[in-house]
Design a protein around this ligand. Sequence first.
Ligand code: PLP
Length: 358
Amino acid sequence: MSRPTRAFIDSAALRANLQRVKACAPRQRVMAVVKSNAYGHGAIKVAKLLQSDVDAFAVRSVEEALQLRETGIRKPIVLLEGFFQSNELPEIAKQELQIVIHTSKQFEYLLKARIEKPVTVWLKVDTSLHRLGFRPDEIEPIYKMLKQCSNVAPPIRLMSHLSCADDRQDASTEEQTQMFMALARHLELETSLANSAGILGWPQTHCDWVRPGIMLYGVSPFPDSVARQEGLQPVMQLQSALISVKRLRKGDSIGYGATWTCPQAMPVGVVAIGYADGYPRHAPSGTPVLVNGRRVPLIGRVSMDMITVDLRSQPNASIGDPVLLWGKNLPIEEIASLAGTIGYELLCNINSPLKQTP
Ligand SMILES: *Cc1c(COP(=O)(O)O)cnc(C)c1O
């Protein structure tokens, strides 16, 4: 017997979501974003499942990239934040990692580096996210110097990141795209702009390479839709079980702070999942949970390792019965919205010890 809490990874759903990417962007190359341990799904597992059907992977650090190389992933791996210190460059070159260059500092280090082979560079332009990247007017001189640099392997590519693509009405996506495309045309560079929201909602952003993250994991990037409406399938099935069922009396209160009180005599279940597992502490009473495949409301506060649920609609539920916290038939988007966050954060918060292959 062990604690019944698991995050199952549905590999068929993952593959189906990649096919959805390809249906949206059939002529583009695909850089699968597996940063942050593949949004909590396990980067090694996800990369192995996808590697034969994608053109590259994207991660956030050399450490994440090396983990993939060590398990035999040979596909190009792009470091989305480039490198942080110049002493990372020899390993980057040796492992054939590709780097995003977004600061003059990185650019200077690269020009001066002593490395055994040239590295592939993605030049990042800031088209209004105002996070990483050079101003559009700074790009051309940097590009010209990079082109002359023996440490840089051709082709140099141009990338940017959309700031408001998850809002289908926002005019700034069109403006960002125009600015980006004008620069790319002028310099005749290969391009990449679209994240999941761009792939699903803005065909004009597809360019040469798309960079899907959240949609691969079967979560909608839009605040007003769930996976199914976007043709996606939830990959993570967050599961647990009832570990206690008891009949409480009218007036009994539930959990820390006694925030919920039984309006009548009723059965209450305890589920082995809590905020230490990554279930959001801010999920309020009323947040749905599937017990035996049917919705019941969470009641009272989320504890570190447990939650309590109202079992009035399932008087026969008993210890050991399966519980789903999100996944198929229970959209993570709904839970995220109730907890005041987004699916991205919920996925990333799932602790790695929970991960299990079905
Ligand atoms: C994380 C990230 C992506 C993927 O974004 P999603 O919204 O998850 O599809 C794409 N590009 C960059 C630069 C990123 O940092």
